[in-house]
Design a protein around this ligand. Sequence first.
Ligand code: COA
Length: 320
Amino acid sequence: MAGMICGTGSYIPSYTMDNNDIAKLVDTSDEWIRERTGVARRHIVRQETTVSMASEAGKRALECAGITAEEIDLILVATISSNVILPCTACEVQKELGAVHATCFDIGGAACTGFVLAYNTAAAYLSGGIYRTALVIGSESLSNLTNWEDRGTCILFGDGAGAAVVRADEKNCYFPVTHSEGAKGMALTCKSRCRNGEGIPEEDYFIQMDGQAVFKFAVKRVPEVIREVLEKNKLSREDIGLYILHQANRRIVEAVAKRLEEPIEKFPMNLEEYGNTLSASIPILLDELNREGRLKPGHRLVLVGFGAGLTWGAAVTEWR
Ligand code: COA
């Protein structure tokens, strides 16, 4: 599939909660959270919504790419935390940006794999010649779905949005690898969206997680899918500049680097500042690296998402 990222943007809420703030809500400590996850603080929405963050990140990505909203043919938003069910976030972003020619829809439910699946979907449309320019966004206000009394989950997550402009480019042609294992889906759930249902336990409105099961899944499947995507594209580890992993937990990223026998420097991280922002974590990290000048032309990147479903996948792209 042929899709070249030619602009990035992100939006991070200014309000932060550090680990000491979390320790006022549940029985935990800064030391425990840092050691077990690598997270020091997370940014949380106040006046922002999933749509407003997605729109701002999208606007910044367009500026970065030097294109106008009218040039976008496709807007995809990966999210599980839209503030409304209808209209979809992507259509709301279209309205905000004035992207009048775009076809818009959300990739929902894929959570932390959402951005990789949205990127792959955009790249497939671009490869097929159906569209020329796509805006791919991950945006989450997960704090609205977080149980602030559950120390197993509330320590991990944060809010934010990231975006990438993707253009058709025949030279940048790589096959993605994606997988799903519904049989293990109960490891990470958010069971109910309708608050008027009788007899629904309160915790079902929030994210629930078997942390150890998710951890084991990630450290096994992520190295596997990276090996698989390299093999499928006849690439070796030396061909890869950076691995842009979903930012779930520092220990997961370190375990993946170790299993692949790759230096940890090839696995940039920003989860200390943002926590796990689900579908937004990969494009936020991409945008930071881009703005810091750490992505060089011809630099080959592997994007890897993994999470609820269970789902996981990897895509290769070359920097412009
Ligand atoms: N603060 C203090 N202690 C805590 C705690 C917290 N926030 N959460 C759990 N504990 C305690 C447990 O009660 C347990 O105590 P015990 O030994 O007395 O029974 C101990 O710490 C170890 O618990 P455990 O659940 O084994 O911790 P862990 O090392 O697995 O870390 C997670 C918990 C959630 C940080 C970890 O499992 C994880 O990060 N999993 C992956 C989650 C993830 O990435 N999800 C998103 C994927 S997209």
